[in-house]
Design a protein around this ligand. Structure first.
Ligand code: NAD
Length: 496
């Protein structure tokens, strides 16, 4: 990053009560993807910052873990209220640094709220099991205890929701937390932390350290960290999983995806088209649940293409940080834009038909790629397997549902797959046979609410316990079993 970076707002690190702003860091630029202009910089922290954050978080753990769970919930209730009050300003911040539309940004926060709401019930969620007289005069109970200092590493595409999959539950369980947000969207994470502190969270319970690989590796190897939650691309997820588990940590690591939208001939045409375009082009295709593979079974394929092109042609694209409504925003940065345009050009060279070309008619500024529809792809192509992470929908036309399932089960990922149909038998067959963890039946983006686990399979997830829901609580706690006997003169019951 160049010299004039000192003129831009710097994303602060939050370590205890220190709002660190040193001058000696390398800076990484933060763009407004709608304009292509730099709006701030992220200081790329070091292992030293991680050491400092662990020290502070470890100290805070000694008292936070002793706070009764209903009192910890009090802080979460206040946090929920503050998030609601600040929804619009956070949504604008998300739009500005990530590029998604305001409606999408509101959704990003609301999905995060749901996890806070879930975590407000922490006292109930932490209740254990008990059995009286498990042996003569002996009673047994299980107790869920916090792990210690936990770390979270998040991607750029959901600046609020993804970090909130992690820290509200971890902190509600009595842990302390160090978040390393994506260096591309650091300002939302800071706002989330500021509001949590304003809600009454003691200093040191929630810390934010910025950086890249050095910080991530330090979080994965530091002996003072008990658990690491990661969400991002699969190859980094695998790196984090391997490194952190080999250092004795509990790890949950969500990776990339290639999600399916399969349309049966009996699907409701209007609702299906709306749902497909929302799943494929919402957040400019930068969702880990983006429905980027379209499968048309039988006669539906050709009307489907026609209607989709019509919808795509009518989608507006533009500055999401302005006042005007737009349907679709830009992708995150220039590198991402070039990579996506290259995928389209190479597909063309390999004989793929471009039914709608998102390389045309783009706004002059910003990192825009238009909605694109590619046809006649097959399971042997990279286009079938690789995550594009942009507004590109690729279409396949297998003979029937069983051929479709056998093709789709070759995908390396396993996040989401949706079937559009009015036939219950087909829906049931698909949902039982498709090799992925989140299935939609007439639901375009089957991303589960906070009460359920976000259940990626295969290369979309490394670990055992997923984020959200009761799996989230299990991930951030360890169980102790206590057996007690208070009667020293018990009589063994005859024969037992
Ligand atoms: P990314 O993997 O580039 O970055 C994720 C995090 O890892 C960031 O905090 C980044 O700073 C850090 N990182 C980057 N390079 C690193 C390296 N070499 N070593 C250590 N850490 C590194 O992902 P992204 O581009 O920010 O996000 C998009 C990806 O995230 C997509 O693949 C998407 O599917 C995935 N994603 C998955 C889920 C899920 O639940 N499975 C949810 C959202 C996004």
């Amino acid at each position: 990053m160049n010299q004039e970076s000192k003129d831009y707002p710097v994303a602060r690190m939050i370590i205890g009560n220190n709002w660190i702003r040193k001058n000696e860091y390398e800076n990484s630029p933060v763009y407004n993807p709608s304009t292509g202009k730099i709006i701030g910089v992220t200081p790329m922290g070091t292992a030293e910052d991680v050491n400092e954050a662990v020290k502070v978080a470890h100290k805070a753990f000694q008292t936070w873990s002793e706070v009764p769970s209903p009192r910890r919930a009090d802080v979460l209730f206040r946090y929920r209220a503050l998030l609601e009050q600040n929804l619009e300003s956070i949504a604008r911040l998300i739009s500005k640094e990530n590029g998604k539309t305001l409606d999408e940004a509101r959704g990003d926060i609301r999905r995060g709220f749901e996890v806070v709401e879930f975590a407000c019930g922490i006292a109930h969620l932490l209740k254990g099991e008990s059995l009286s007289q498990v042996a003569p005069e002996i009673d047994g109970v299980t107790i869920k205890e916090p792990l210690g200092v936990c770390a979270g590493i998040s991607p750029f595409n959901f600046p609020a929701m993804v970090p909130m999959w992690m820290f509200p539950i971890a902190i509600a369980c009595g842990n302390t937390f160090i978040l390393k947000p994506s260096e591309k969207v650091p300002f939302t994470a800071i706002r989330l932390a500021e509001l949590f502190l304003e809600a009454g969270l003691p200093e040191g319970v929630f810390n934010v350290v910025h950086g890249g690989r050095e910080v991530v590796d330090a979080l994965c190897t530091h002996p003072g960290i008990a658990a690491v939650s990661f969400v991002g691309s699969s190859h980094i997820a695998k790196h984090v999983y391997t490194l952190a588990t080999s250092h004795g940590k509990r790890v949950q690591a969500g990776g990339g995806a290639k999600n399916v939208q399969l349309v049966m001939p009996d699907a409701d045409p209007e609702a299906t088209i709306r749902s497909i375009s929302g799943a494929a082009f919402g957040c400019a295709g930068q969702r880990c649940m983006a429905g980027s593979l379209l499968v048309g079974i039988g006669d539906i394929a050709s009307p489907l293409k026609e209607r989709l092109i019509h919808v795509m042609d009518s989608m507006s694209m533009g500055d999401t940080s302005g006042e005007e409504h737009v349907d679709m925003g830009p992708v995150i940065d220039g590198q991402s834009k070039s990579r996506i345009l290259k995928v389209i050009s190479e597909s063309e060279k390999n004989g793929v038909r471009i039914l709608r070309d998102g390389r045309n008619g783009l706004p002059e500024n910003g990192f825009f790629v238009g909605p694109t529809l590619l046809d006649q792809i097959n399971p042997e192509m990279n286009l079938f397997r690789d995550e594009i992470f942009g507004p590109v929908l690729s279409m396949l036309s297998p003979k029937n549902l069983d051929e479709a399932i056998s093709w789709l089960n070759k995908l390396p990922f396993g996040n989401g797959a949706t079937i559009y149909t009015s036939n219950g038998q087909a829906a049931r067959h698909f949902s039982r046979k498709i090799n992925c963890g989140m299935v939609g039946i007439n639901v375009g983006v089957p991303a589960p609410m906070a009460l359920f686990p976000f259940a990626g399979w295969n290369d979309s997830f490394y670990g055992d316990l997923h984020v959200q829901g009761t799996e989230g609580v299990m991930f951030y706690t360890k169980q102790r079993v206590v057996l007690s006997r208070w009667d020293n003169n018990y009589q063994r019951i005859q024969g037992w």
